[in-house]
Design a protein around this ligand. Structure first.
Ligand code: HEC
Ligand code: HEC
Length: 198
């Protein structure tokens, strides 16, 4: 029974991925402009930059180099995500570079997430100091180039992606993975809430 359920769910998700991929392919062939390609992304990342769910990251206003590298890493499989995989299959290197430039020019959207309460912010600050986060993510966690902006990112996504680094689902940056291995769920939760509220 349970195995049957699992296979059913797996098939359903593969079919969904397949249908998205077909749509994406229909839309990326030919002489479509980068705006047309970017419209596909809007279905999940938000036509106005506000993602369709809390587990989907903001890409509006994210840095071009970082967007490019992550599209490439999802394409090569060092970063795994079922929803993104059918999308990146359709993209050329030129598309990925152009999409990075395109989304980097957009304004970062304000999700209106609450500031972390004092005790959460204090715990996050202790962990951030030990991990030297701002050495790479920079002051205010605004990032640049291939270091992603973290300030104001979707809270559930931050939590999920830090856990993915830790458990190896996101294997595209061994350094981040090694760092997060030293942190507990509580540390990650505090960091996610603190960063989301900036
Ligand atoms: C079917 C939904 C869906 C579509 C369509 C989609 N994405 Fe995504 N995207 C996601 C999800 C979900 C994630 C988070 C993956 C994870 O948790 O690792 C993501 C992650 C990303 C990331 C990594 C962001 C980060 O902060 O690390 C980039 C860059 C990205 N998508 C760009 C795009 C672009 C460009 C397009 C259009 C060509 C696109 N996506 C289309 C769902 C989608
Ligand atoms: C040595 C530089 C460095 C340090 C220190 C560092 N990071 Fe990172 N971090 C990166 C880079 C580079 C990436 C992007 C990896 C990639 O291309 O996927 C990243 C990615 C991330 C992401 C994923 C962002 C997204 O949009 O998916 C989170 C969250 C994150 N770091 C949190 C932290 C936290 C919290 C700390 C401190 C505890 C920290 N980082 C310390 C370099 C660093």
């Amino acid at each position: 029974m349970r195995a049957g359920h699992l296979i059913g769910a797996l098939l359903a998700s593969l079919m969904l991925a397949g249908s998205i991929a077909t749509t994406a392919m229909a839309q990326t062939t030919g002489t479509e402009s980068i705006e047309d390609k970017a419209a596909i992304c809007g279905a999940c990342h938000g036509a106005d930059g506000i993602p369709a769910s809390k587990e989907i990251p903001i890409i509006w206003g994210q840095h071009a180099g970082y967007i490019f590298l992550n599209l490439r890493d999802i394409q090569t499989g060092t970063r795994k995500n079922e929803q993104m995989e059918p999308i990146v299959k359709m993209l050329s290197r030129g598309d990925m570079l152009a999409l990075g430039e395109y989304f980097a020019r957009k304004p970062w959207p304000d999700l209106g997430q609450p500031r972390a309460p004092a005790e959460v912010a204090t715990r996050a600050a202790v962990v951030a100091t030990s991990g030297q986060c701002t050495q790479c993510h920079l002051g205010g966690y605004l990032g640049d180039s291939t270091n992603p902006r973290l300030a104001g990112q979707n809270v559930e996504y931050l939590r999920k992606t830090m856990r993915d680094f830790r458990n190896g689902t996101r294997g595209n940056n061994p350094w981040m993975a090694a760092l997060l291995k030293t942190f507990s769920d509580g540390d990650i939760d505090a960091l996610a809430r603190y960063l989301a509220g900036l």
